[in-house]
Design a protein. Structure first.
Length: 125
């Protein structure tokens, strides 16, 4: 019982000291204003494409396609998967192209702020 009590006291002290070190020594860095998320945008887009390919491959190789089309060979199933994959990726890229990166109302607000900034500079000069 004494060893367990010592271990408990040690763990409590260690947890508290670690928490203190995390709160005092490690601080969140100050944020920087950047244009976009950079490389992470490309990583997310690649992940979206890979997700479509993997999910369609799982659906195509699963038993549901065999039950829906009992006479289909493995080659025909692979061709079906590839065609569906191209179709879904085409839809994905079309939607990504159709939806603007910056909504119109945000562009309007940015234009208003820029206009007010220019007008304030004219008054100062």
């Amino acid at each position: 019982p004494l060893a367990a009590l010592c271990a408990l006291a040690n763990n409590v002290i260690e947890i508290r000291s670690d928490a203190f070190k995390l709160c005092t020594n490690l601080r969140r860095p100050f944020g920087e204003r950047v244009e976009n998320i950079g490389t992470w945008q490309d990583a997310m887009e690649v992940m979206g494409v890979v997700a479509v390919m993997v999910n369609l491959a799982l659906l195509g190789m699963g038993g549901s396609v065999q039950r829906m089309f009992p006479g289909m060979t493995v080659t025909e199933r692979i061709i079906l998967i590839v065609v569906l994959e191209h179709l879904v990726l085409g839809i994905k890229f079309a939607v990504a192209y159709a939806i603007p990166d910056i909504p119109e109302w945000v562009e309007n607000e940015i234009a208003k702020v820029e206009f007010k900034r220019r007008e304030a500079l004219k008054v100062i000069q």
